[in-house]
Design a protein around this ligand. Structure first.
Ligand SMILES: Nc1ncnc2c1ncn2[C@@H]1O[C@H](COP(=O)(O)OP(=O)(O)OP(=O)(O)O)[C@@H](O)[C@H]1O
Ligand SMILES: [Mg+2]
Length: 508
């Protein structure tokens, strides 16, 4: 039996994940905002301004047609769209804050057009209010009164800047190569929503508990609503009232196993995994908010994975006070192919039961295990590379001083070395993208987007930076030779200039 017993821990400062830091900054800013009656009516006025059709032509200048269309949509659906706080259960957001965010950042005329598509295609019949106003999106509760189904609608904010620093998640993934839309926030959020939709699909089809993705219209994503009683949303892991320490340990193990399944079966690293992005629903641990998740080929995937492991370990050890597995051993557990894990050579099933057995072999560490903690600290600071050639001097020094077990600890494992990032490895994924593009009508995108341009760009391979050094040298040499050959038959610049001038003279 694994000992997940209590530890006499000091209440050390919790390490805040990257994304959460931003979120917390925002929450602090919001919390310092005192909502007076005066300000509330200001918000209400703002809402009325958006809903008032007579003002729309001022606000949106030349897009009169779109505005009239939006006015129609509002006339048709105003009674079906409630932007108040969702009153189905307990919520953390004040009415004032959610309305303000809604009016300012989410329900613009364009978004209303996409919502109207969801009403028209019969996915939903009503939007009942706002569940959450997050940093990058607002989540609304919706329902279909015919089927009785409930949905969560995540609407990405198009007018915020947080997406600017998201470039690093999208950049470096073959699925999104060529989508050079970082400078256009509207296209960026669309890519973002699409990424979340696809990632949710992968999770769901691999049997990892996650909300089922239902529909996607540009930056508006519809998914299954996770709720215990049809009221408020099921609690996030952070707020879940654990029955006892055994239940805490159970959820910890499940989450570690899910991280492996996500990596091995879905080929995804969550990249923002924490107690905030996991929901306990029907006694299962659901993973969501996967818009920033990346594939293992992504140049920062291993760094994101290390961060996820740390976040998960921090929550369970510091907040829930159980013994956890050493971070570097979890890392290995997640990325090692089965053949390496099982000396018998037999390839066991990638399922919960087998993985739990495997996990139980890993020794737990106590919070004051100096040696293990030191090793984890070194592991966190290592510059992981895919081959010994990329090894940094500083890390090699650590190895020489005995701070690293083996040299291979510094080198990301075989699974990474064998990845060929210059071509889509996952043919199924490539097909999925083609299908998606085929099935997505241009009206599902921005009406004013340069999609053709984007599609053209997406054909151009852009992943040269992942090339092996040797390969890069060969490519450069070949390019040089090609240019040399071209120069042999190339017309001299001055001759060309003279000819062009001549032909101009003839024309005139
Ligand atoms: N499918 C769902 N069912 C029930 N509740 C959900 C669902 N999806 C999201 N939520 C609720 O909405 C909140 C925000 O969702 P999500 O994390 O996806 O958005 P976000 O913009 O990333 O927010 P944050 O910045 O707070 O992380 C969640 O914490 C959860 O409470
Ligand atoms: Mg979130």
């Amino acid at each position: 039996m694994v000992n997940f017993g209590f530890n006499a821990q000091t209440t050390a400062q919790k390490q805040i994940p990257l994304k959460k830091q931003n979120l917390d900054t925002m929450t602090d800013a919001n919390e310092s905002y005192e909502s007076s009656d005066e300000e509330f009516s200001e918000t209400e006025n703002a809402l009325n301004t958006v809903l008032d059709t007579s003002n729309r032509s001022h606000a949106y200048g030349n897009h009169t047609q779109n505005i009239h269309e939006s006015a129609d949509i509002l006339d048709r659906y105003a009674d079906k769209i409630n932007v108040d706080q969702y009153l189905g259960g307990s919520h953390r957001i004040t009415r004032d804050r959610s309305e303000r965010a809604t009016v300012d950042q989410v329900l613009d005329p364009r978004t209303l057009r996409f919502l109207s598509k969801l009403f028209k295609n019969g996915t939903i019949t009503k939007i009942n209010g706002c569940i959450s106003t997050g940093k990058e999106a607002n989540v609304y509760h919706a329902e279909n009164s015919t089927t009785g189904k409930q949905y969560a609608i995540k609407i990405y904010k198009t007018s915020i800047l947080v997406f600017k620093d998201r470039e690093r998640y999208v950049d470096g993934e073959f699925r999104f190569r060529g989508t050079k839309n970082q400078s256009n926030p509207r296209k960026m959020v669309r890519t973002w929503a699409e990424k979340e939709f696809r990632n949710l699909k992968r999770l769901h089809s691999s049997g990892i508990p996650s909300p089922e993705p239902v529909d996607l219209k540009s930056h508006v994503l519809v998914m299954e609503y996770l709720s215990e009683d049809g009221g408020g949303p099921s609690p996030r892991l952070k707020d879940y009232p654990f029955a006892d320490i055994d239940e805490v340990a159970e959820f910890y193990q499940r989450l570690v196993v899910d991280m492996r399944l996500m990596f091995q079966k879905c080929r995804l690293v969550h990249a923002d995994l924490s107690e905030y992005n996991t929901i306990v629903h029907d006694k299962e641990l659901y993973i969501f908010d996967v818009s920033q998740s990346v594939e293992p080929e992504h140049p920062m995937a291993m760094d994101f994975l290390r961060m996820d492991i740390k976040n998960v370990n921090d929550f369970f050890s510091r907040v829930k006070k159980i013994n956890v597995y050493p971070e570097r051993l979890i890392f290995k557990f997640i990325i090692d192919p089965w053949s390496q894990m099982d000396p018998s050579g037999e390839v066991p099933k990638e399922d919960n039961k087998h993985l739990r057995k495997q996990l139980n072999e890993i020794p737990l560490k106590t919070v004051d295990d100096v040696e293990q903690n030191q090793k984890d600290e070194v592991f966190r600071s290592l510059h992981l590379v895919t081959s010994l050639r990329g090894l940094e001097e500083r890390d090699f020094k650590r190895f020489s001083e005995g701070h690293v077990d083996t040299l291979t600890d510094l080198v990301a494992p075989d699974v990474l070395r064998t990845l060929d990032c210059t071509v889509p490895r996952d043919q199924e994924e490539a097909r999925e993208i083609q299908d998606y593009d085929k099935n997505t009508t241009s009206s599902d995108y921005d009406s004013d987007s340069c999609d053709n341009e984007e599609k053209e760009e997406s054909k151009i391979p852009k992943l040269k930076r992942f090339e092996d050094k040797e390969e890069k040298r060969r490519r450069k040499k070949a390019a040089k030779e090609k240019n040399r050959e071209r120069r042999k038959t190339k017309m001299n610049k001055n001759v060309k200039k003279r000819l062009v001038k001549k032909s101009h003279r003839h024309k005139s």
